[in-house]
Design a protein around this ligand. Structure first.
Ligand code: NAP
Length: 233
C-alpha cells in the first residue's frame, strides 16, 4: 500500500491489484482490479481478461510503469517443501511478471515506460527454510536483466531489492517477540529495518525520468546487511 500512496502523492494514476476483494476502494489508489497472479501465469484467458480491465483505465491515463510487487513466500525445509510449493512460487514470483510484461509491452513501449520488479536480498544471501522464496526471487532478478537486454530499445526494466521492511506481514511475524525483532534490526549495519516509505521512494526514482539511463539494474535497499560478514570469530 505504501507504493500506491507514494505514487499517488506524486500525481500518478494508480491501479492496484491483489486477490482479496475486501478493500477495493481506498484513497491510496485510483482503481483496484482483483486478480490472482497464479491464474494469470497459468491461463492466457485470465491474463487477457486482466489486461482488458487495466486497458479500460489506461485508455485515458497512459501506462507508464508496471510494478511487480506481489509475491508469495512459502517457508519450509528442503525435506518438507513439496514440488507444488516451488511451482506456485515460480508462477507468482516469476512467470506472472513475465506474462504481464508481454501483456503490457506495447503500451509501455508507446509511453516510454518501465517495469520495476520488487526483488529481495534473498537473491544474494539467504537462510534456512527459504529455498522456494530465494530460488524464485533470484530468478526474478535474472528476469530483470534478461528483459533489460531483450527489450533495451523499448522499455527500462529494473529490480528494487529490499532487506527487512516494516510491512504488516513482517510485524505480524514478530508479534510478541520484541527481542527477536531487535536482533533483526541490529543485524542491519544501519541499526533498523526499512520503513515502507523508504522503499517506495526508491521505487519512485527507478520509475521516473530521473532514472532514464538505468536499466537492468538491481538497487539493493538493504541497510547495509549484504555488506556485513557474519563471522563467528
Ligand atoms: N517485507 C519485507 O521485509 C520484504 C523484504 C524484501 C522484499 N520484499 C518484497 O516486497 C514485496 C511486498 O512484500 P510484503 O512484505 O508487502 O508482502 P505481503 O504483505 O505478503 O504482500 C504481498 C502482496 O502480494 C499479493 N499477492 C500474494 N499472492 C498473490 C497472488 N497469487 N495474486 C495476486 N496477488 C498476490 C497480496 O495480496 P492478496 O493477499 O490480496 O492477494 C499482497 O498484497 C514482495 O515482492 C516481497 O518479496 C519484502
Amino acid at each position: 500500500m505504501a507504493l500506491c500512496q507514494a505514487f499517488k502523492a506524486e500525481g500518478w494514476f494508480v491501479i492496484a491489484t491483489g486477490r482479496s476483494t475486501n478493500q477495493t476502494t481506498s484513497s491510496d489508489f485510483d482503481a483496484f482490479i482483483p486478480a490472482d497472479l497464479n491464474e494469470i501465469a497459468s491461463s492466457p484467458e485470465k491474463a487477457t481478461e486482466f489486461t482488458s480491465k487495466v486497458s479500460e483505465y489506461t485508455a485515458q491515463s497512459p501506462l507508464k510503469a508496471l510494478i511487480n510487487n506481489a509475491a508469495i513466500q512459502i517457508l519450509g525445509s528442503t525435506e518438507d517443501l513439496k514440488p507444488e510449493d516451488l511451482t506456485l512460487s515460480f508462477n507468482v514470483n516469476v512467470l506472472a511478471p513475465f506474462v504481464l510484461t508481454q501483456q503490457f509491452l506495447e503500451q509501455l513501449t508507446a509511453n516510454k515506460g518501465s517495469i520495476l520488479n520488487i526483488g529481495t536480498v534473498h537473491a544474494q544471501a539467504t537462510k534456512a527454510e527459504f529455498p522456494a522464496y530465494a530460488t524464485t526471487k533470484t530468478a526474478m532478478h535474472g528476469l530483470t536483466r534478461s528483459l533489460a537486454v531483450d527489450l533495451g530499445k523499448k522499455i527500462r526494466v529494473n529490480t528494487l531489492a529490499p532487506a527487512a521492511t516494516e510491512t504488516p506481514m513482517l510485524k505480524a511475524g514478530f508479534e510478541g517477540k520484541p527481542e527477536a525483532y531487535q536482533e533483526l534490526a541490529d543485524a542491519h549495519p544501519i541499526g533498523r529495518v526499512a520503513d515502507v516509505s523508504e522503499i517506495a521512494k526508491a521505487a519512485l526514482f527507478l520509475c521516473s525520468d530521473n532514472a532514464s539511463f538505468i536499466t537492468g539494474a538491481t538497487l539493493y535497499a538493504d541497510g547495509g546487511v549484504l555488506s556485513r560478514l557474519h563471522d563467528p570469530c
